[in-house]
Design a protein around this ligand. Structure first.
Ligand code: PMV
Length: 380
């Protein structure tokens, strides 16, 4: 008997205006709108195969090669919502097998749940023939996953309805709109596992008065300004909002009681370096943002990439550079502009970065034909 199979790829996204705090924990409704960039799937993505068949004896799920509990409430939420809208009604009685993996190490603390849930929802939607409401469904897996349903520059509208029906993502502009935008992820050498975003935001909502001020007084204006900056390709404003947003998010973490801290001393060195570099040019050529971890996401324009690569290597030289320190950047004209660095007075700190991922803005989820499950529905 037939096994029906579908495989999707889905991208990671990085928030410029941060989502931090829920007004409804069950439905995953955020206290404010957020805006993100979807990153190219070439460097980082989740891959998920879903299969259903009358021959399967139970529902099963494997994540990164290890069988997991199928009853996890967030996975169940996504499956329930997709099945509610399914047009392939005959598949509804079959058991499901799900197999998912990331092409980047989950341990690096990079946004893997957003890509993972967006991927699950996309694959299930194609399997059961659903084409609506995917961001709303992905949101119920992991809030930030709703933004990974679209490529380019994306806004998640917090919405006004109590049932969450208008808490959805929409695309502000596709990746082609601002092709010069580049992103570098500085993976900081650290073993520390921080507070989960779910627990962290719950405590911030309960205890941080700065979060209340942020939601009413700060975010609405920033959402408007950032929307225009993206539409006008205004990197100056984009960079300023990105850095201020990151700083306010981490200030809220510290304003939470007991406090939460995600940044470490390397993160602060990166922050100082970015400000010193911008100060040198008297304009924002580089911007940082940090999520719930110590790794930095840097934004820049393509024309500044060679110099910024040299800057990062000079400030954080790898202990043994096997040529793979900055993954994805190959440029023979790669030279340290001595003059700039003398003025910046950089003291090198070897070994503080594990590696750097060089990437750009990318498109949304895609369907592919290479599956992770064989014809019996078992992992390959
Ligand atoms: O979707 P979650 O629960 O992983 O929360 C994501 C929270 C941040 O990454 C810190 C901010 C954001 O908007 O992505």
């Amino acid at each position: 008997m037939a096994v029906h199979t579908c495989t999707a790829l889905a991208p990671v996204n990085i928030a410029v205006i941060k989502y931090w705090g829920k007004k409804n924990e069950d439905l995953i409704l955020p206290v404010n709108d957020s805006i993100s960039l979807t990153l190219s799937k070439k460097k980082m993505c989740a891959k998920t195969t879903v299969a259903c068949s009358p021959t399967f004896e139970s529902d099963r799920i494997w994540l990164n090669g290890i069988e997991q509990d199928f009853q996890s409430p967030r996975i169940q939420n996504c499956i329930r919502e997709i099945k509610r809208l399914a047009r392939k009604k005959d598949y509804l009685s079959y058991h499901l097998h799900i197999c998912s993996e990331n092409n980047f190490p989950t341990a690096a603390g990079l946004a893997s749940s957003a890509a993972g849930f967006a991927c699950l929802v996309k694959a299930l939607a194609v399997l059961y023939d659903v084409d609506d409401e995917l961001s709303k469904i992905a949101r119920q897996g992991s809030g930030s996953a709703c933004r990974s349903i679209y490529g380019g520059f994306v806004q998640w509208l917090s919405g006004n309805q109590n049932d969450g029906s208008d808490s959805i993502a929409k695309q502000i502009a596709p990746k082609e709109h601002w092709p010069e935008m580049r992103v570098m992820i500085l993976v900081v050498n650290s073993k520390k596992k921080g507070t989960s975003s779910t627990n962290g935001m719950r405590n911030s909502v309960l205890t941080s008065s700065l979060l209340k001020h942020r939601v009413t007084e700060v975010v609405p204006q920033r959402v408007q300004t950032l929307n225009s900056a993206i539409l006008q390709k205004n990197f100056q404003t984009f960079a300023e909002i990105a850095m201020k947003e990151s700083n306010q998010f981490h200030a809220i973490c510290l304003d939470t009681y007991p406090p939460i801290h995600y940044l470490n001393s390397t993160s602060f060195m990166i922050i100082e370096l970015v400000h010193a570099y911008n100060e040198l040019y008297k304009k924002n050529k580089l911007a940082y943002t940090f999520d719930a971890g110590c790794n930095a996401f840097l934004f820049m324009l393509e024309e500044d990439v060679p110099e910024i690569c040299a800057l990062i290597k000079a400030a954080f030289p790898p202990i043994d550079d096997n040529g793979n320190f900055i993954k994805g950047f190959i440029d023979s004209s790669f030279e340290v502009p001595l003059d700039t660095f003398k003025k910046l007075n950089i003291a090198p700190h070897p070994g503080l970065l594990q590696h750097v991922i060089y990437t750009q803005v990318g498109s949304g989820p895609a369907i592919i034909s290479e599956h992770l499950l064989n014809e019996k529905g078992l992992p390959l």
